[in-house]
Design a protein around this ligand. Structure first.
Ligand SMILES: Nc1nc2c(c(=O)[nH]1)N[C@H]1C(S)=C(S)[C@@H](COP(=O)(O)OP(=O)(O)OC[C@H]3O[C@@H](n4cnc5c(=O)[nH]c(N)nc54)[C@H](O)[C@@H]3O)O[C@H]1N2
Ligand SMILES: Nc1nc2c(c(=O)[nH]1)N[C@H]1C(S)=C(S)[C@@H](COP(=O)(O)OP(=O)(O)OC[C@H]3O[C@@H](n4cnc5c(=O)[nH]c(N)nc54)[C@H](O)[C@@H]3O)O[C@H]1N2
Ligand code: SF4
Ligand SMILES: [Mo]
Length: 734
């Protein structure tokens, strides 16, 4: 067959670059950046460039697996869904809806299926045992934005292309390519900031590639960013630099914030943060003096003990400097599939802790319970115990604290488990049914999630580049059939799930005066929808109900995307707080501040651990691609030379790392890129368990950093695990 090309949006990180795939028949032989992509303009990273190798990984499962007499064997799709239908509904009938837990992993935000169907599955199951990667990641941001703006999804992003000063707290976009800030070619955009005369400050205990680009680099002590940011706010008030400008009319609680941060002076926080008071004052003055500026925090400010407070303070600083919602500041994107904006006015607000977890009583956040508490919900006897598990695109045995305990719980204590996943890995090896989606070349792509966080409003859709291989099932159909099988409706055609979703969305829209479908007959509106698949019809519907009046046909006519322009101010329309204003000092935040104040007096632990990401890695699931593994993408313990000398550690020699949840052994890498008192180990490694099918990853397994945690260290407001800045002991081996 001849060589052809096809556009495909990269699903491997939040940057959502447009790729041009080269195809030899149905085989992907190459991938390069799509120079015509209206957003990414040809940018590609080594992961995107390895799309073909990942797509063709021989370890990808080709057909469903079902457990028979204790062993997994290949099965037909009907056999697999029949087994789900036979086992899951009776468990719910006998033990109630909470007997089934659902875990949604990170790639759900990178697939159309993951956006369209899990809400329907959760709605049908009505379980409170819902867990996701958010509580090992960005839940603190959802909670702080929920409290500030009344909407946990209203997350402002730095207006990267127009800002004059960017303060990055705990993010390393040169390796991660950005998160909660979708910006293809983040590195190029940071360099452009510098070349137009703007300035960059990076706060990170590691001198990362991003930190090396900075005008000012602040090697903070891990876990103390909330103190630093509170001190920045204190300086703004004390030096009369706080000036929300045009925002003033949309705010409440500014005076209470001023009072709350009064004692977090630079002198008071300096020792805890290990940052000079003079540096803190200079940072605050630079932030205030910039014509426009944005404060941006990510994983290093989120998966920490004061994660919600840190994320709250990020936006407090954006507000106090008048930068929230202004060009060049921190702005709210408006995605093409967002519901048409409702008129400004009070909303229902954001509630936390409407229920709690059974064993430890952790409050829910955004209808989720902490992933760190999944194991105890399975292995702790009693009424309401989790007996069945559905995992979709998740590998919590590696991504959540204390994987050994979860591993045992999945093995011993579950009555039934189903996994939607292309790999047999550390988690899915415990499933009774594995439902493998096709490789990405056979899958259509639309970024339902990331367009809400993009630094430019734009929209792109790429249909499947090659047809579904014989015996494959599209992931959307897998999800739809799973919804039916899990809820006792096995046998119903899968399109019925989508038809129901469309009916519901249209009924709701028809009743909303601000909707383009207002007052229209839902059935008549539905007949207008185009699309070759149910997912395309649902996309078409969302576009038609959205703010730009687009249709699927518009997207198909523009295979490299449609630019919808720079971000525009959206206040007060985005606000859904009860007051209709930005509630700058919400009660749950006020109640958590004494904990932060107490931290001022905490002695710093002698040694703490932080994570890191490698450009060629992606959490736990790219270690099976030889092209991406090797070189510096290894699971080493980075140690500062002074600590290495003090602890008797030698470069390349193994060290034992001990934490509250266990210990691991990893080779030492002596480097002054980490600050003193801090060691760094990446996550997503530990591919040495039996029963997986990751043949290359198993040859260089690395160790699971999350085994150092026992799952009890959480940010209390968001239930997010503390994965950075926890105490460890390190000793040489032998
Ligand atoms: N190549 C690659 N890209 C990825 C991923 C990947 O695994 N590999 N994962 C994707 C995912 S799921 C996400 S969520 C994003 C994450 O995107 P980022 O947040 O940009 O990525 P991280 O590398 O986790 O950056 C966190 C930084 O915080 C620092 N840090 C640790 N503790 C602290 C602290 O207490 N204070 C401060 N100030 N800094 C601290 C770390 O040293 C690290 O440099 O990346 C996405 N992109
Ligand atoms: N110590 C420490 N731990 C961390 C982090 C850290 O920085 N430090 N980072 C955390 C963060 S930010 C995140 S997001 C989590 C991630 O945690 P998880 O979401 O649990 O882990 P991933 O490694 O992303 O696993 C993704 C799973 O999805 C599967 N998959 C890949 N593509 C598809 C697809 O198209 N469809 C389906 N159905 N499945 C697919 C993969 O095979 C894999 O099993 O890890 C967290 N854990
Ligand atoms: S930066 Fe992210 S989206 Fe772009 S090519 Fe690399 S992995 Fe894909
Ligand atoms: Mo993440």
């Amino acid at each position: 067959m001849p060589t052809t090309t096809a556009p495909r949006i990269c699903p491997l990180c939040e940057a959502t670059c447009g790729l041009t795939l080269t195809l030899d028949g149905t085989r992907v032989t190459g991938a390069r950046g799509d120079r015509d992509d209206i957003f990414s303009r040809g940018f590609v990273c080594p992961k995107g460039a390895s799309f073909g190798e990942l797509d063709a990984d021989p370890d990808r499962l080709r057909s469903p697996l079902v457990r028979v007499d204790g062993a997994l064997r290949e099965a037909t799709w009907d056999e697999a869904f029949d087994l789900v239908a036979r086992r899951l509904p009776p468990l719910v009938a006998a033990h109630g809806p909470n007997a089934v837990a659902v875990v949604l992993g990170n790639p759900n935000v990178h697939t159309m299926a993951g956006a369209l169907y899990p809400p329907l599955l959760l709605g049908a199951l009505r379980t409170r045992n819902v867990f996701s990667a958010s509580t090992v990641d960005q839940m603190p941001k959802h909670v702080s934005c929920g409290l500030l703006f009344g909407d946990a999804q209203a997350i402002p992003v730095p207006d990267l292309d127009r800002t004059a000063h960017l303060l990055i707290v705990g993010a390393n976009p040169l390796d991660s390519n950005g998160s909660l800030c979708t910006a293809p070619d983040f590195p190029g955009r940071l360099k452009a900031l510098r070349s137009r005369g703007g300035t960059l400050t990076v706060v990170d205990p590691r001198r990362t590639r991003t930190a090396r680009l900075a005008d000012r680099y602040v090697p903070i002590r891990p876990g103390t960013d909330a103190l630093l940011l509170a001190a920045l706010a204190q300086v703004l008030f004390a030096e009369d630099l706080a000036d929300p400008g045009a925002l003033a009319g949309h705010l409440e609680g500014v005076d209470r914030v001023a009072a709350a941060v009064r004692d977090f002076t630079p002198e008071a926080v300096a020792a805890a943060c290990d940052v000079e008071p003079g540096t803190i004052r200079a940072m605050a003055r630079e932030l205030a003096a910039a014509p426009c500026a944005a404060v941006y925090g990510r994983v290093g400010g989120s998966t920490v003990a004061y994660g919600t407070l840190t994320n709250w303070l990020v936006d407090v600083l954006n507000v106090l400097t008048g930068n929230l919602d202004r060009p060049g500041g921190a702005m709210f994107p408006l995605a093409a599939t967002a519901p048409a904006p409702r008129p400004a006015g009070p909303g229902r607000g954001f509630a936390l802790g409407r229920w709690s977890s059974r064993v430890s009583g952790h409050p829910e956040a955004k209808s989720e319970l902490p992933l760190a508490a999944l194991a105890e919900e399975i292995d702790t006897p009693g009424d309401g115990r989790v007996r069945a598990l559905v995992t979709i695109a998740a590998n919590p045995v590696l991504s959540a604290p204390d994987g050994d305990r979860l591993d045992r719980a999945l093995d011993r204590d579950l009555d039934f488990m189903v996994a939607v996943d292309p790999y047999l890995n550390e988690t899915t090896r415990h499933a009774d049914v594995v439902l493998p989606p096709p490789p990405p070349s056979q899958t259509a792509h639309f970024d339902f999630a990331f367009n809400h966080f993009a630094v430019r409003n734009q929209v792109r859709y790429t249909p499947a580049a090659v047809p579904l291989e014989e015996g494959r099932m599209d992931e959307c159909e897998i999800h739809a059939r799973l919804v039916l099988a899990a809820t006792g409706a096995q046998g119903t055609p899968p399109d019925a799930v989508d038809a129901l979703a469309i009916d519901r969305a249209l009924a709701k829209a028809a009743a909303q005066p601000h909707s383009p479908a207002h007052g229209m007959d839902p059935a008549a509106f539905a007949t207008r929808l185009t699309g070759r698949t149910p997912a395309e019809r649902r996309l078409d519907l969302m576009l038609r109900l959205g703010p730009y009046g687009l249709t699927l046909e518009d997207l198909l006519a523009h295979p490299h995307g449609i630019d919808l322009g720079p971000l525009r101010p959206r206040l007060p329309q985005v606000l859904k707080t009860r007051s209709g204003r930005v509630e700058l000092f919400p009660e749950p935040i006020a109640a958590d501040l004494p904990r932060l104040r107490a931290a001022l007096a905490d002695p710093a632990p002698p040694l703490v651990l932080v994570g890191r990401r490698h450009l060629r890695s992606n959490n736990s699931w790219l270690h099976n691609v030889p092209a991406l593994n090797g070189g510096t993408n290894t699971c080493t313990l980075q140690v500062h030379p002074d600590d290495a000398a003090r602890l008797g550690l030698r470069d390349g020699a193994p060290a034992r790392v001990k934490g509250e949840g266990g210990e691991v052994e990893a080779p030492v890498e002596v480097t002054d890129a980490v600050r003193r008192g801090v060691v760094s180990l990446p996550h997503g490694w530990g591919h040495d368990r039996p029963g997986t099918r990751l043949s290359f990853a198993a040859t260089r397994p690395g160790v699971n950093v999350n085994q150092l945690l026992d799952g009890t260290r959480l940010d209390p407001l968001s239930g997010t695990a503390v994965l950075n800045g926890f105490p460890v002991e390190v000793t040489p081996v032998g």
